[in-house]
Design a protein around this ligand. Structure first.
Ligand SMILES: [Zn+2]
Ligand SMILES: [Zn+2]
Length: 290
């Protein structure tokens, strides 16, 4: 696998009697499919312009046996996952196929039909689009690149993939891997605590999904909705609004400060104020006394 090749380096002259594989780009033979060309890029003295093609324009390309095998593998997977078909409809097989192209492009093993449904859903979500971008036919369809020509094929499978498309596959692959990780307690990237609730960790799979600046995901959600640290505390001690629903106004709790103004505690949420349970007890007493 020479997926690190840059596209001009990864091209070679197409031998007589062959055409580039529509998927991985190596010279091959066999039955062809038509890829529609809607417009083509024409180089100009300054920049380039897009020229519309006449209706029905297209280019016929074969698919090599390896790439046919990948498409077959995708069909096998999809036939074992009717849930994906219910979710995506008629594009389920195509999107699974291109997701497998993405994996093959970066030299990763392909899953079998025993892949867990949520892992398959995540695979398609993360890699179907990047995988479609690796196809050799993309040089022609739907927009024909200025240097696209069947006279050139990939030197090896995938060696002509655009570096940007390759990078998309790599980052999509990392996202797919991360989706499969168990949820765990994630510390703030700067090892700080949440400025409002004072928590040191938040459960999740990626730091970027649970820490927003100096707020944890929970406090951030309250802030996004226009709330303050006081409302964030109420969300923590009265998540189902059971206390607040029975009151015409929110009871006033003395001495409530965000962590940033009153640091302390053990790194669990609101521990600088004694913790969620203690706060809950205080509020209950307040409510009962009023
Ligand atoms: Zn191929
Ligand atoms: Zn917080």
């Amino acid at each position: 696998m020479t997926s690190t090749d840059l596209s001009p380096i990864g091209l070679t002259a197409t031998p007589d009697g062959t055409l580039p594989c529509a998927v991985c780009g190596i010279p091959t033979t066999g039955s062809k499919a038509k890829y529609p060309v809607l417009s083509r890029i024409v180089p100009m003295a300054s920049g380039e312009r897009l020229e519309e093609m006449s209706a029905g324009a297209g280019i016929d390309l074969p698919t090599c046996s390896d790439c046919q095998g990948i498409a077959e593998q995708a069909r096998t997977i999809v036939s074992a996952h009717r849930g994906l078909v219910r979710l995506l409809g008629t594009v389920a097989t195509w999107q699974t196929t291109t997701a497998l192209y993405a994996l093959d492009t970066i030299g990763q093993p392909l899953p079998g039909p025993d892949i867990e449904p949520h892992r398959l859903g995540s695979l398609v979500h993360r890699l179907a689009s990047p995988g479609a971008g690796t196809m050799y036919s993309r040089r022609f369809s739907p927009v024909m690149l200025a240097d696209a020509s069947t006279k050139f094929s990939a030197r090896e499978r995938w060696s002509a993939v655009d570096p940007v498309a390759l990078a998309d596959c790599r980052s999509g692959f990392l996202d797919w891997k991360a989706d499969g990780r168990p949820i765990r307690a994630l510390a703030h990237p700067g090892r700080r605590r949440c400025e409002w609730c004072g928590t040191a960790t938040f459960p999740g799979r990626r730091v970027s999904e649970v820490w927003f600046g100096d707020l944890c995901a929970k406090c951030h959600a309250v802030q996004e909705a226009g709330g303050t640290s006081y409302e964030a505390m109420w969300e923590a001690i009265d998540p189902d609004r059971a206390i607040r629903r029975r009151r015409p106004y929110v009871p006033d709790i003395d001495g409530v400060r965000p962590y940033s103004q009153s640091p302390g505690g053990d790194g669990t949420p609101w521990s600088h104020l004694g913790g969620v349970l203690a706060l809950h007890e205080r509020v209950k007493r307040l409510v009962e006394a009023s």
